[in-house]
Design a protein around this ligand. Structure first.
Ligand SMILES: Nc1ccn([C@@H]2O[C@H](COP(=O)(O)OP(=O)(O)OP(=O)(O)O)[C@@H](O)[C@H]2O)c(=O)n1
Ligand SMILES: C[C@](O)(CO)[C@H](O)COP(=O)(O)O
Length: 245
């Protein structure tokens, strides 16, 4: 079976776009999820990694990207005041029952003066500012939708409902998709306004409008903290690479 060709990723390396001097990007941070797969009873964005909530890690890195003019957090509805205290520089709105509803709520708080909107999971707490900047730059260059992508590093098989293998899938054209995902504000508004069903990501909504979604190289640091193992991996990454703090 063909192996996926290398796609660049970091810990260590990314071509950083030249700063434009413009702060023309709003970043929506859906943070209202329960974190059922992580467990622990606390909404996931408020769970701590190296002594700080995941949301604080995520917002600090986003704010370090030179293009970012504003951050809008969709918070767990019962935690709006607590989240305002944690991220005083952000606009905070109550999130919804699904990620898509949380993004829509945050999007409604973005002023019409902003042209570029990125959507970024609080759960991807260690995402480097350079990735935020790379996605923003790709949208600014005129693309209608931009997502970070990584190659699939395991063999992939399709199974039936009894977990019997049906076939081995060619993974060459497959990618793992991360956030931040970037769009012109009007494109994302139209995608959410016309949504008829629930999508796991915003690029999925924009695809439904017929727009071409483009990829930029993703980052190992942008892993989504989903299960307890991911929290351990993120802790280890911070320990092994203090420069990503
Ligand atoms: N109603 C929801 C559900 C999810 N999210 C956010 O969407 C991002 C990606 O979701 P995921 O990692 O799947 O988080 P949870 O939904 O919290 O996880 P789980 O499915 O394990 O409960 C997270 O930052 C999460 O807080 C959100 O804002 N509102
Ligand atoms: C948006 C996303 O991060 C892209 O990989 C992801 O789909 C969100 O998490 P979920 O588990 O699919 O809700």
């Amino acid at each position: 079976m063909t192996r996926t060709p290398a796609v660049s990723s970091d810990i260590d390396s990314r071509d950083v776009p030249a700063p434009t001097g413009r702060r023309d990007v709003a970043v929506l941070v859906p943070a209202a999820g329960l974190g059922l797969r992580l467990g622990g009873g606390t909404p996931k964005a408020l769970r701590e990694l190296a002594g700080e909530p995941l949301l604080v890690h995520a917002c600090r890195r986003v704010a370090q990207a030179p293009s970012v003019a504003m951050i809008v957090v969709a918070a767990p509805p019962a935690e709006v005041d607590a989240v305002r205290a944690l991220v005083p520089g952000a606009t905070v709105v109550p999130g919804g029952a699904t990620r898509q509803e949380s993004v829509a709520a945050a999007l409604s708080a973005v002023p019409a003066t902003i042209d570029i909107v990125l959507v970024h999971d609080a759960a991807r707490a260690l995402t480097p500012p350079d990735l935020v900047e790379a996605v923003a730059a790709a949208v600014r260059s005129g693309l209608p939708a931009v997502v970070p992508a990584l190659p699939v590093v395991d063999t992939v098989k399709r199974v039936d409902t009894a977990d019997r293998v049906l076939e081995t899938v060619d993974r060459t054209p497959l990618r793992i998709i991360q956030t931040p995902q970037g769009f012109p504000r009007q494109t994302l508004l139209a995608a959410h306004a016309q949504a008829t069903d629930d999508h796991t990501d915003d690029a999925g909504l924009v695809e439904r409008l017929g727009h071409q979604v483009h990829t930029v190289p993703g980052s190992d640091l942008a892993l989504k903290i989903t299960r307890p193992l991911d929290l351990l991996i993120a802790t280890a990454l911070l320990t092994a690479h203090p420069e990503v703090r």
